[in-house]
Design a protein around this ligand. Structure first.
Ligand SMILES: *Cc1c(COP(=O)(O)O)cnc(C)c1O
Length: 348
């Protein structure tokens, strides 16, 4: 069954991580002459002359309270995109290992695999946008290190059946990475609570979507302590800058505001679906557990260009397999959604 030593790269097993000045002295002191910082300060109102906490303890402590997971089970990345890259670099040998992707899905898994020279075995989702478990079982070989599952899935919006994911977790001896970037909008519950059950589980979440902090670049990975330790060893030492740590900590006090937005976004999503489905050019709208909807249309390119002309940008996904004819539309503010719907009244 799963054993971290069986999937770790040899060079990472042996890696002696970079030891920063902040790692080597952690006690209280008043004169810090150990890191070649500018002791006079920063030419700003806010002072950023000191290196930030490499392990972001305060942010993790607050996340731990919100998520119910100890800080030792949390990794923070410069966006969850960095967590994805760190997973590749920790576990996959370039030119040798492979990962399983289940398209249509988030594009960064493939890009990150390509950057790291990791082979990709694609097992497309079914017509219902669910896992093809038989296909996945056939695609797994001795060099398969990870399977990426995005749930709720981008760009389709649906959640992946929980039982199917659990079948993979119970039977695959590599990592099952569940990307929950859109979990705050979902009726399904997170997999974070299963960390004690499955040693090969990695859950990704982010502050970029529901939390409204895409510009800060803070993503999270939740996993066993031994996986998190490896990821911390491999990441750049100061991967979350001081400004992002301070602002993330502040934002994480405002749970109620975020929950209010989530409710409003779900109402607006329902409204978009109800109105859009009556347009002649709309063939189908897929059920969404996210803050966007995938809309199958008669003329994706035409509608896309029409909207661009009016200053409205949606995402054309019509070239993606299993998404023929589809546009992906993010739920905006009520005023933005008004503009979208009014503009579409005038299409053809
Ligand atoms: C937006 C998104 C992310 C977020 O990435 P960050 O680097 O944290 O901004 C991750 N996964 C999926 C599926 C996404 O759609």
């Amino acid at each position: 069954m799963f054993s971290i030593n069986k999937i770790l790269r040899e060079n990472i097993k042996k890696l002696v991580p970079y030891s920063s000045a902040r790692d080597e002295f952690k006690g209280e002191a008043s004169v810090f002459l150990d890191a070649n910082e500018n002791a006079f300060g920063s030419p700003l109102e806010q002072q950023y002359n000191r290196y930030p906490d490499p392990l972001q303890y305060k942010v993790k402590k607050r996340l731990s309270d919100i998520k119910g997971v100890p800080p030792r089970n949390i990794f923070l990345g410069n966006g969850s995109d960095e967590a994805i890259d760190v997973l590749f670099r920790s576990f996959c040998n370039p030119g040798v290992d492979n990962v399983i992707l289940v398209p249509p899905t988030y594009g960064m898994y493939e890009v990150s695999a390509n950057i790291n020279d990791i082979k990709i075995n694609k097992v497309p989702l079914t017509e219902e946008y669910q896992l093809n478990l038989e296909g996945i079982a056939e695609a797994i070989n001795d060099h398969t290190k990870m399977i990426f599952i995005c749930s709720p899935n981008n760009p389709t919006g649906n959640s992946i059946n929980r039982d199917d994911i659990e079948t993979l977790l119970a039977n695959f001896s590599g990592l099952v990475v569940i990307d929950e970037a859109y979990i705050n909008f979902s009726r399904q519950k997170t997999f974070i609570q299963e960390l004690t059950e499955y040693a090969n589980l990695v859950v990704l979440q982010t502050l970029s979507k529901a939390w409204g902090l895409a510009g800060l670049r803070v993503g999270m990975a939740f996993a066993s302590e031994e996986i998190i330790e490896v990821m911390n060893k491999v990441k750049p030492p100061y991967n979350i800058n001081e400004a992002s740590q301070e602002l993330a900590l502040k934002a994480l006090q405002n749970v109620d505001q975020v929950n209010g937005w989530i409710k409003e976004i779900l109402l607006q999503r329902d409204r978009l679906v109800l109105t859009l489905k009556d347009f002649d050019f709309v063939l189908d709208i897929y059920p969404s557990d996210a803050n966007f909807i995938l809309v199958k249309t008669t003329d994706p390119k035409g509608i896309y260009n029409f909207l661009v002309d009016k200053g409205i940008i949606v995402r054309d996904r019509s070239k993606v397999d299993l998404c023929e004819g589809c546009l992906r539309i993010t739920v905006g503010t009520p005023a933005e959604n008004d503009i979208l719907l009014q503009t579409l009244q005038n299409y053809k």
